[in-house]
Ligand binder design. Sequence first.
Ligand SMILES: *Cc1c(COP(=O)(O)O)cnc(C)c1O
Length: 381
Amino acid sequence: MIERNLTQEEVDALPFELNLSDGHAFRPWTRAESDIIADSARFFRESDRRGGQEAEAEYIRRYLALGSQSYVPEYFTGLMSYSASMAVEIVANLLRLRGLSAALIEPCFDNIADILQRHRIPLQPIPETALTDGPAALERLLGTLTADVIFLVSPNNPTGTVVGKEAFTRIVDYCRTENKLLVLDGCFRVYLSADEVYDHYGILAASGIDCVVIEDTGKVWPAAELKAPFLCVSPRLVSAVVGMHSDFLLHLSPFTVRLITEFVGLAEADGGRYLRELVVRNRALFQSTVPGSFLRPDDTGKLGLAWLKVEVDGLDGEDVRKLLALRGVHVLSGERFYWWSPYLGRKHLRLALLRDPDVVHRAAEVIADLGAELAVGRSRS
Ligand SMILES: *Cc1c(COP(=O)(O)O)cnc(C)c1O
């Protein structure tokens, strides 16, 4: 049997109501968001591809500013993409053509490792802990790295782990002195509050290293899967990447860029707080319903995702996933996030929280009932 990847499981879960499987934004619109949707026919009529390039640059500048990032057009070339994964595909092509190997963070969403491996990029894992356990742990990691490219996801999916400013600055410096290429997937940055973010783009541009930064909006705004991902490419990589990018895309729909820019405008008004608040609310709802003695939160609590450890002896994440699917609740189990050492994820589950609070609440009740049944079963045996 061919093993199915996480996205295939997410596709299977799409028809179900209690679907906490994919991490895409699938929550009710706020009133202000509804007003934008109501206006969207006008955006459609007004969209004019002649103004597309300015609109894209304006969107990129404002999206980055929302995440406290410098807009440095003299260093970074921004290229729109249909999906963040298409940006990863472009990076993978670049690495293959240049014969480069990569060190990739673990855990991470499986499609990143799958895409790189499909291009036969030799991979080496970077355990998250090496990035968060302080300077000595980071130096140990850097001492063992042999890969040409460092590929980070921060905040990371599924754990929400953030590569802090000190560690990031050290890694960038390492790339500069060792002539390595850095790839950063920052798709979840908007979920960090102002005191948790720092200026990736400013640090990268000042260093002069070769780098690609990948951004996405699909995990942020519920726009019926319309999204405006992009990648930002440093000067020496531009000619190679632009040619490849143009093989995939003439330009993104100006309607989509306008719609997402309008959503960015809403978040600008309160620094993105309302985006984080729904996640905080759903997380609290979940944790007040499902006891930590059954599923213990094992993440930073920042993303619209919960990464949970199954606290029942003899029961793995995949066992719980199957039991929940029989009860109509769809989640992912953890093994495939550990693309190098799957056993490290075997006790984990990932649940999406970017959902209607009512869906989260009802799913949590089903999950709590299962936890209670399992506890009763064990005390009897
Ligand atoms: C979901 C995700 C992607 C892929 O995004 P798509 O636009 O759905 O292809 C890339 N990186 C991270 C960190 C993600 O969570």
